[in-house]
Design a protein around this ligand. Sequence first.
Ligand code: SF4
Length: 369
Amino acid sequence: MSLASAPTAQSHTIRQDWTKAEVEALYALPFNDLLFQAQVVHRQHFDPNEVQVSTLLSIKTGACPEDCKYCPQSARYDTGLEKERLLEIEKVLERAKEAKQVGSTRFCMGAAWRNPRDRDMPYIVKMVEEVKALGLETCMTLGMLTRDQAVALKQAGLDYYNHNLDTSPEYYGDIITTRTYQDRLNTLENVRAAGMNVCSGGIVGMGETVGDRASMLVQLANLPEQPQSVPINMLVKVKGTPLDNVEDLDYFEFIRTIAVARIMMPKSHVRLSAGREAMNEQMQALCFMAGANSIFYGCKLLTTSNPDTHEDVLLFKKLGINTERTRDFSDEAHQQVLEEEIAQQNESDKSELFYDATAAKPQPAVAEA
Ligand code: SF4
């Protein structure tokens, strides 16, 4: 792409008529051209140096009847995962307060369910009300939702509902057989109709083709309203799940997926989601450059590991990225501590200035309900 064909403000109004061929053409751009285009779009709609931060908590773990082949929470796979019953509201509130203290603005609660039962709803509604009362944005991922359940959650104050499309419609049957793609679209429709923000994205690196990645993004971008939040997960493999031995995806393909999502959904928050722990700082910086502007804080994503919050704060400091957390910590004393720690880390990092894909270790995959 030449500079003459670089995107302009006009060329990047929201479009919901993307074709797979157009998206494949974006994927096929030279890497630098794609990133440049994504940056231009990103800067038209967001502060390029600001990242939104959420915290995710598993409120009910494991024993899920679904068969999502990437997921350690499915009862069908022996992954050694410790099951947990629905958490007490007091415990959820403790974790929500901690999340707020470290600077998260949104608290996401996930339950490994096919769908919530109606008898669970009063308890879930109370949980939302009480987390919301702490002054946090609220998000839940509980599986499929009926229209009435979506309305009840909205009335309780739920701001976002997460329900991922996971992959393309073409590849979907290879990954999940216990619910249909249409079931997923129906849940998104119920969430939208209830007036909640939609959080929906997918997982890459599950053995899909670039055409599948393009097709998944077409599905997301062409929804009646583009999701406000689009998590892009990198599969990290869990022993015991059917995708344990799937071939690794080249990290440049992951960055391309972030960039293409940014171009197609210019006003959405694109979240650099699962798989981040295996990514070094340089890889994450490229993802931010490609247009990712949301992450999860906290050492755990539902059942799997995530970088330590402190490491994220240091990385943001190095990159000059602001979050509400770093703004809160803009006092001189804290700045000094951060600077000292960065200096120390730089000393020990000198031998790792460049990203080495072979150094990335496989991590357990995150579960997405
Ligand atoms: S991804 Fe969600 S629905 Fe699928 S098995 Fe895991 S917890 Fe269940």
